[in-house]
Design a protein around this ligand. Structure first.
Ligand code: NAP
Length: 514
């Protein structure tokens, strides 16, 4: 299939700026689970937007693989509908037609050898038509139990390597269920693919605002000198949602807040916030630095967990004027479920830069509002020269990075209230993406699919990093699993979470208002 050329649209598109450095080789992308929710809402629309921007290689082929039996045409019309419904921009009919009209579909069960034989034939046809071997990307957008099955079958069918082109495998989250299962999955995948071929997705890393965290730290001389234990009092990372589990009990009961958000997205934010500056923004250097800082977080022992972690569930109540059920009353949730819908932790990064600085992480469902942010609170000034009435409103400076919504950065400063007296109150200096940049941010999946096609693994998670992340979380999972009797605190819908979480803070610190 011929997509619009890079040159046509490169000037409009921030995503293609780096193409000269890392060109996208002609590629065949295979989406396992091509009819699923993620493909429908994110992957197919992301492909459309890449096509729209001329960021796809001129020769680009796509195959969907899933269970239902249907002809290519039905898959194409499903893809068209997904794009029309979920693309961030209104599709241009010619670009859309160019993208979907040649899409292919291979039906069958993921453990069925004939699927891989058919897939091999289809990929062979693409190569023949192109007159070269296309790079191959196998995107595993399936339930996690299929990750090792598909990787294994691709190996058996000889699809894990190509003679003259690159083969890569992209693996969705969750990568593992705990440390042991993540190790097992790494072993299984790495028995077929080389680590350099494996792209483990954490779509948070594709978000503009998460990458901006690195821009903020490493492109500004202002922050780095204070980014350490001498100046920073504490850091709070919050990922709050205002919705409940929205009918996803089947998934959520087996996951819980800690696995769903803390082990991956929130710990990634922590790593990017605390790592040493990498020498270059490239896969090995960046991931080496993240790994070092993750290894500096000493996992708690099982007996220490109760003093550094709090779990809770949302109770019944009224949320924005509507009665809402408790988590335990949601359809598909066991009435005695101990799965947490809220988790808060206190962790320490034990190295020279961060020793003694507490990092507080909290996430929960059905909280007061939806927000993902990092709040870095500096230490108070050492001496206040103002008279007592002037010093009342003085507060420690804060740097707040908002990942969503209202993406941006704000810095709080103490300023004098106009008038004859020296009275001070905090004011904010703000940068907002929405007003500072006119161009719309690409979706995380656009960036990540393009990076996988370029072979740039900088924003993907390496095997050792995955295991380090699980190593920190594993004792908490174990402690919570073993404790079958302590009542799980319940919090009110629309609140900031359970009062028990305050016990983690110490001193006169409080959680930021939600
Ligand atoms: P989903 O909607 O349940 O889709 C599953 C896909 O796998 C469908 O295409 C289904 O085909 C296919 N499938 C299931 N069993 C199969 C089998 N035995 N043989 C062949 N095909 C089979 O799942 P999803 O929500 O898209 O999630 C996919 C992955 O992305 C998961 O790992 C999830 O954790 C991750 N993820 C999802 C989201 C999201 O927003 N959905 C966000 C982040 C990560 P049929 O439709 O033909 O049955």
């Amino acid at each position: 299939m011929m997509a619009t050329t890079v040159e046509d649209r490169a000037s409009e598109n921030p995503l293609v700026e780096g193409l000269e450095r890392l060109p996208v080789h002609p590629t065949a992308l295979v989406i396992f689970g091509g009819t699923g929710d993620l493909a429908h809402r994110k992957l197919l629309p992301a492909l459309y937007n890449l096509a729209h921007e001329g960021a796809l290689p001129e020769r680009f082929e796509m195959v969907g693989v899933a269970r239902r039996d249907q002809p290519h045409e039905d898959f194409q019309s499903m893809a068209r509908q997904s794009i029309e419904r979920f693309s961030r921009r209104k599709p241009d009919p010619a670009v859309l037609q160019g993208l979907v009209s040649d899409m292919r579909y291979v039906p069958g069960a993921f453990d069925d050898d004939s699927v891989y034989a058919e897939l091999g034939r289809t990929l062979g046809e693409f190569d023949e038509r192109a007159g070269i071997e296309l790079d191959r990307i196998f995107y595993l957008s399936t339930a996690p139990q299929f990750f090792p099955v598909i990787a294994g079958k691709l190996g058996t069918a000889g699809l894990n390597r190509a003679e003259k082109a690159q083969t890569r495998i992209v693996i969705e989250k969750p990568f593992g269920y705990d440390l042991a299962s993540a190790r097992r999955l790494n072993d299984e995948v790495l028995s077929v693919f080389d680590e350099s071929q494996v792209f483990r997705i954490d779509h948070y890393l594709g978000k503009e605002t998460v990458q901006n965290l690195m821009a903020l730290r490493f492109a500004n001389a202002l922050f780095e000198p204070v980014w350490n234990r001498n100046f920073i009092d504490n850091v709070q990372i919050t990922a709050a949602e205002d919705i409940g589990i929205e009918g996803r009990a089947g998934y959520y009961e087996g996951a819980g807040a800690l696995r769903d958000l803390v082990q991956n997205h929130m710990m990634q934010l922590l790593a990017l916030l605390t790592m040493e500056p990498p020498v270059a923004f490239e896969a090995k250097r960046l991931r080496d630095e993240k790994l070092k800082v993750l290894e500096a977080i000493v996992p708690p022992t099982v007996s220490e967990v109760s003093s550094m972690a709090v779990r809770a569930q949302y109770g019944p109540g009224v949320f924005r004027g509507e009665p809402v059920p408790a988590y335990r009353e949601e359809e598909g949730v066991a009435p005695d479920s101990r799965t947490e819908t809220y988790a808060a932790l206190r962790v320490h990064v034990s190295n020279w830069r961060w020793a003694g600085v507490p990092f507080y992480l909290r996430t929960g469902k059905r909280l007061a509002r939806k927000v993902t942010e990092i709040a870095v609170t500096l230490k108070p000034v050492p001496h206040l020269a103002f008279q007592s009435s002037g010093s009342v409103g003085v507060q420690a400076n804060q740097v707040i990075l908002t990942v969503q919504p209202d993406e941006g950065v704000s810095v709080s400063l103490g300023a004098k209230i106009p008038g004859p007296r020296m009275r001070i109150r905090p004011v904010n200096m703000e940068f907002r993406y929405g007003t500072s940049f006119v161009s719309e941010s690409p979706e995380a999946y656009e960036r990540l699919i393009l990076d996988a096609m370029r072979g740039d693994a900088t924003l993907f998670t390496r095997n050792d990093e995955i295991e380090a992340l699980w190593g920190i979380i594993d004792p908490i999972l174990t402690a919570w699993h073993e404790d079958t009797t302590t009542p799980i605190p319940q919090y009110e819908p629309g609140s900031a979470g359970p009062a028990e979480a305050d016990t983690l803070l110490g001193g006169d610190r409080t959680w930021r208002r939600l």
